[in-house]
Design a binder for this molecule. Structure first.
Ligand SMILES: Cc1cc2nc3c(=O)[nH]c(=O)nc-3n(C[C@H](O)[C@H](O)[C@H](O)COP(=O)(O)OP(=O)(O)OC[C@H]3O[C@@H](n4cnc5c(N)ncnc54)[C@H](O)[C@@H]3O)c2cc1C
Length: 286
């Protein structure tokens, strides 16, 4: 598998800064850009401002920064999972209609578990050889590649040219860097992350599995699976957090107004939601 970051938005930090500031400032975007380009705002200030904004749920400005990746040698089984992500990402994938594979030796991905089992590996290689022979046999008899490909396995390698915005890349990382994700797509996204880390670590650090400190912060997967995960040594599970919180609250001397035990939302709470006009919080959105 090869993954290369081909390009990304020029000055991504400035773009993010200006996008966020446009929402919160009385200045026009042109004035904000004049401040940025004149060097009036130090880079540290831009980075710390973005850090703060990324802690909030205001994620749409992240759509204004994009990355291009070139990916080759992933299996069709991995690519099938990848293309399920469809918001904020676009793909160009190598065609099996227009591209004839090397008929004498089709390439194929070998998972580690198969590689490590000699007996299974032998059978796997035999099967791939048979598929190769069939593919060539069919093409030699005038079957077009678009039909001969019906015999190709999930192990067939494929290539992509990908455009993805930062918001979607974060979302994909949430799901696919999780140790519950399948190994090949996990490797792929891990490689994409390390490519971003090389050029723009200020953003790359926000590409984490959802339990990461910059994301959800805790694991919300099945508890039994959580216990098996090596990251469980450093990240908490949602159930534990609530259990500990409720224990602390029940024993606490702190007034009930400040700390309250959690309970499921009842219809009574929905009546409050419907009836409350204003809680006195000035941060009411735009
Ligand atoms: C561990 C794991 C196991 C999986 N197992 C299976 C499986 O067994 N079978 C299977 O079919 N798939 C499976 N999937 C794929 C999964 O169901 C999603 O299709 C895939 O992860 C794409 O993610 P997404 O839906 O968040 O799409 P994205 O395109 O990445 O969407 C980004 C976000 O946009 C929003 N969004 C996207 N589409 C819509 C929409 N139509 N309406 C409203 N909001 C939308 C959502 O908030 C979504 O999170 C699995 C995924 C993972 C990570």
């Amino acid at each position: 598998m090869e993954v290369k970051l081909i390009d990304y938005s020029i000055d991504p930090l400035n773009k993010l800064y200006a996008a966020f500031r446009t929402c919160y400032s009385s200045k026009t975007p042109i004035e904000i850009w004049e401040e940025i380009t004149s060097g009036k705002i130090p880079r540290e200030k831009i980075v710390s401002f973005i850090d703060e904004r990324l802690k909030t749920g205001h994620a749409s400005p992240l759509e204004q920064v994009v990355f291009w990746f070139a990916v080759s040698g992933i299996s069709r089984s991995c690519s099938h999972q990848l293309v399920r992500h469809h918001i904020g990402i676009s793909f160009e994938q190598q065609s099996q209609r227009y591209v004839r594979y090397k008929e004498n030796q089709l390439e194929y991905i070998v998972p580690k578990t198969i590689k490590e089992n000699k007996e299974v590996l032998e059978k796997y290689n035999e099967l791939m050889k048979k598929i190769t022979e069939f593919y060539k046999f069919a093409l030699d008899r005038g079957i077009p590649p678009e039909d001969a490909r019906f015999a190709l396995p999930n192990a067939t390698p494929t290539n992509f040219h990908i455009l993805v915005n930062f918001r979607e890349l974060q979302h994909i990382a949430d799901l696919r860097l999780c140790t519950r994700a399948q190994w090949e797509i996990r490797w792929l996204i891990a490689k994409m992350r390390s490519e971003v880390m090389k050029v723009i670590p200020e953003l790359g650090k926000f590409l984490q599995p959802k339990c990461g400190e910059y994301r959800l912060g805790y694991c919300d997967e099945d508890y039994k699976e959580y216990v098996k995960c090596p990251l469980s040594k450093v990240r908490p599970h949602k159930e534990d957090l609530f259990r500990i919180y409720n224990e602390v609250v029940s024993k606490s001397q702190i007034s009930q107004k400040e700390l309250r035990e959690t309970k499921p939302l009842s219809e009574e709470e929905f009546k409050h939601i419907e009836n409350i006009d204003y809680l006195g919080d000035s941060n009411q959105g735009y």
